[in-house]
Design a protein around this ligand. Structure first.
Ligand SMILES: *[C@@H]1O[C@H](CO)[C@@H](O)[C@H](O)[C@H]1NC(C)=O
Ligand SMILES: *[C@@H]1O[C@H](CO)[C@@H](O)[C@H](O)[C@H]1NC(C)=O
Ligand SMILES: *[C@@H]1O[C@H](CO)[C@@H](O)[C@H](O)[C@H]1NC(C)=O
Length: 426
């Protein structure tokens, strides 16, 4: 037996043992949470999650309904069209404009799904299948032991990968819907239906599914999950999409409320328009025009003393980097407060409100929402995007329908890239 083969055999034996250990652990007190690396793709500013077996990245879509993988092998497993999984697939939110899946030829009853590319909005119909994933379980501090498992998802034609980060093999949907990864993990792995997400601005960040603690290296290192769980905020239920919506009552710049129209941020319970929704496929927070302009003008006034630079698309207002002072939480500029329902604020300091576009130029990192954005399909008031989520720990509880946020981690001298990915031990 070659060295390579004996390694493979040893690994297979270890994996089998891990599955056995997990199974027996589950009998007692449920499984342990699992961990996946989250990376930022420099050219698209989108995020991928390494949850597919072999570490192949999938686009991380926080609002995505399900999992899909391009170029399934032929043949691949199919799911019977008369089955609970297929019922979920066919009743899962179908994005506007997606073709209804066509029934298969007579005598063949394979369930069809409608995978959608959340970046450009295209969708297709394709076989539902099961997809092999792999992750390490975790104590919230280190990865502990890798194991594979299978989740329900969909195949997709390779052309659906266009506009995703290079190397991404599909999309991992993390929404509140029944076939999203957090929902499936809860039953597949007997873990809590909650997850923690820490989007990086540079090297790898992390997602932990299933609850438990969440620790980052800092001096001394910090456990963040317990405090966050004590300060939850309600998520708002959208009538048909599974996105994470939350309530804000206004926005302030430098402690001054920005004059937005009355009810500008409200989510309309019947039509599903309006509201504020998190999106990891929108690099910079996009605001409806009647919110964007008052905010932009207030920030303009609050930073009037700072030398401007030529605009760099897609941004509308840029500054000369040399005219700005650096602080621990980014360039020193007026804070933006997202005034959350319930009286708390999500404060966005310079690292969240500005983005460095080149050596000389820093821009106001918000854009006006365009109807051409696929994430604008349900006409939210605000799409809270990746740049503003970066280096914040976000926790979502799908049972209690709550979320919690840490605020910018730079403030406590750590970042989402400070998870310790060295294998630990039980
Ligand atoms: C488990 O963690 C180790 C160490 O970070 C990593 O090399 C490996 O790829 C991970 N395995 C899985 C299946 O994620
Ligand atoms: C939230 O922000 C607003 C506007 O900046 C401010 O007036 C208010 O005092 C803040 N509330 C808290 C609890 O910090
Ligand atoms: C990272 O985790 C490993 C394994 O638990 C530990 O030995 C190492 O000291 C940790 N690194 C730091 C910087 O704490």
């Amino acid at each position: 037996m070659s060295l390579h083969r004996s390694w493979a055999a040893a690994l297979a034996a270890l994996l089998a043992l891990a599955v056995l250990l997990r199974t027996s652990a589950e009998d007692d007190n449920g499984g342990s949470p699992i961990l996946a690396r989250v990376s930022k793709d420099a050219s698209t500013s989108l995020y991928t999650i390494a949850i597919k077996v072999g570490g192949v990245p999938l686009l991380l879509d926080l609002a995505g309904p399900m999992l899909w993988l391009a170029n399934c092998p032929t043949p691949h497993r199919t799911i019977p069209c008369v089955s609970p999984d297929c019922d979920e697939i066919t009743t899962t939110y179908r994005p506007p404009g997606c073709p209804k899946p066509l029934p298969g030829p007579d005598g063949q009853c394979a369930c069809l799904a409608y995978p959608r590319n959340p970046v450009d909005g295209r969708c297709r119909s394709a076989d539902a299948t099961t997809i092999t994933l792999a992750a390490n379980d975790t104590d919230g501090q280190n990865p502990l032991f890798p194991f594979p498992f299978r989740a329900v998802g969909s195949c997709a034609p390779g052309e659906l990968l266009a506009s995703l980060p290079a190397g991404a093999a599909g999309v991992a949907g993390l929404s509140m819907l029944p076939l999203s990864l957090p929902t499936q993990f809860a039953s597949l792995l007997s873990v809590a239906k909650e997850f923690a997400l820490c989007l990086p601005s540079g090297s790898d960040g992390v997602a932990i599914f299933g609850g438990g603690s969440f620790q980052l290296l800092a001096a001394p290192h910090v456990e963040l999950a317990e405090r966050l769980r004590q300060n939850p905020l309600p998520l708002l239920k959208h009538p048909y999409n599974g996105g994470y919506y939350f309530g804000i009552s206004g926005i302030a710049v430098n402690q001054q409320r920005v004059p937005t129209p009355l009810g500008a941020f409200d989510l309309q319970a019947s039509s599903g328009t309006g509201g504020v929704v998190f999106s990891t496929v929108t690099p910079y927070t996009a605001l409806r025009w009647d919110i964007y302009w008052p905010l932009r003008n207030a920030f303009d006034a609050a930073t009037s003393g700072i030398a401007r630079a030529d605009k760099v698309a897609p941004f509308d207002m840029c500054y000369q980097a040399s005219a700005l002072t650096v602080t621990r939480v980014g360039y020193a500029v007026a804070n933006i407060d997202m005034m959350l329902d319930g009286g708390r604020n999500w404060t966005l300091p310079g690292a969240s409100s500005l983005v460095q576009v080149n050596d000389q130029t820093v821009c106001f990192a918000f854009v006006q929402m365009a109807s051409s954005m696929p994430t604008a399909a349900d006409s939210p008031a605000v799409i809270f995007g990746g740049h503003q989520m970066e280096n914040n720990l976000l926790m979502f509880d799908l049972v209690k329908e709550t979320f919690a946020f840490s605020g910018l981690l730079l403030g406590i001298r750590t970042t989402c890239s400070n998870f310790n990915f060295t294998m630990g031990s039980y």
